[in-house]
Design a protein around this ligand. Structure first.
Ligand SMILES: NC(=O)c1ccc[n+]([C@@H]2O[C@H](COP(=O)([O-])OP(=O)(O)OC[C@H]3O[C@@H](n4cnc5c(N)ncnc54)[C@H](OP(=O)(O)O)[C@@H]3O)[C@@H](O)[C@H]2O)c1
Length: 306
């Protein structure tokens, strides 16, 4: 297994441990420093953190950095793939070297074709663009924080999702192998899984967006800014964290676009699933503890299941 796949695996295992640590027996025994790492945002009270712990927190509104990074970096990768496709050029040497160092690139035969890589990369860039808009123009943040390890994890995640997609795509680093491809020839490679994945992406993105609009609508005045209330409507009627569910569906839609043959992407998806379910379970318990009238039938992450 290559270094990037190992790293995804370590992250998956870590979040499975985070999930296990939510058992009260385990959690109560954790030192504050570790507790800060397993909870964040509204669950983490910075006033209870003293000494070095308070310096290890960064504002949660810095989430926007992840999406700006993703938009620029994954946009750069997409631009290079488009150039390789339409002009028959090759990837920059430093990028190919970095890919070979971190992943098994180039794999032979590739797990996915050029059109699939192009669609998947475009989806990642579109997602980043929408999230920048939401962070800057929709969401109303309080002064809540995240632990610096979450921040570093986010930077890692958005730096490596595009590379993960490229890892099992066609070899675009060999001079002389690339012939310019006409747009119409590419369209001939369109398959049902591209269409199904794109439809799923639009559906999940819509509900993801609505969840953030509902959160923002709970804080209409400056007075409300640090208050957390019970969200209602759309998928909130079924689960406490529809945005985490929708996020997981967005990354599942990419697995569909990739046709299910892309092993590295299954690792990325497992990581998203593990961290978003872990966060949902914790947030759900927090709502249940804070609000006596919290809807009893509402689940944490998966409607009617958990
Ligand atoms: N791909 C990944 O691995 C990954 C990992 C983490 C997050 N994400 C995505 O990033 C997005 C943001 O995540 P997050 O953890 O920051 O979400 P979050 O904690 O639910 O916060 C989202 C926004 O809603 C506000 N909010 C949350 N609960 C509220 C309530 N009960 N009442 C009023 N306002 C409320 C928050 O304000 P505060 O400032 O008060 O918190 C914040 O502005 C999510 O859509 C998530 O799916 C992705």
């Amino acid at each position: 297994m290559d270094p990037l796949s190992w790293t995804w695996l370590v992250f998956i295992v870590s979040f499975v441990f985070v999930l296990l640590s939510y058992s009260p027996e385990v959690y109560n025994f954790l030192p504050h420093l570790i507790k800060d790492v397993v909870v964040y945002g509204k669950l983490l009270d910075p006033r209870k953190r003293t000494g070095i712990q308070q310096y290890l927190l960064v504002p949660k509104r810095w989430f926007v950095h992840f999406y700006i990074l993703s938009f620029i970096w994954n946009g750069f990768i997409l631009m290079n793939v488009v150039q390789c496709t339409l002009q028959g050029s090759v990837l920059p040497l430093w990028f190919s070297k970095m890919m070979s160092f971190l992943t098994s690139y180039p794999v032979s035969p590739p797990a996915v074709d050029l059109l699939t890589v192009l669609i998947a990369m475009a989806v990642i860039v579109i997602h980043a663009h929408r999230r920048i808009y939401e962070c800057l123009a929709v969401s109303v943040y309080s002064n809540s924080s995240i632990h610096v390890t979450h921040y570093i994890t986010g930077i890692f995640f958005y730096s490596f999702i595009g590379i993960s997609i490229m890892a099992e795509g066609p070899n675009l680093s060999l001079k002389g192998t690339g012939e310019p491809i006409q747009l119409m020839d590419l369209v001939e490679d369109l398959r049902w899984h591209h269409i199904a994945g794109l439809l799923m992406f639009v559906w999940a993105s819509w509900h993801h967006h609505i969840a953030h609009v509902i959160f923002a609508s709970l804080r209409k005045t400056k007075k409300d800014v640090s208050r957390h209330m019970i969200p209602q409507g759309d998928w909130f009627d079924y689960v406490s964290c529809p945005h985490y569910l929708a996020e997981t569906l967005i990354y599942t839609s990419l697995a569909v676009i990739l046709g299910g043959h892309h092993r590295t992407w299954w690792l990325v998806l497992s990581f998203v699933f593990s961290n978003q379910t872990a966060a949902s379970v914790k947030v759900h318990r927090w709502y249940q503890g804070k609000f006596e009238d919290y809807p009893k039938e509402r689940k944490a992450f998966m409607p009617f299941v958990f």
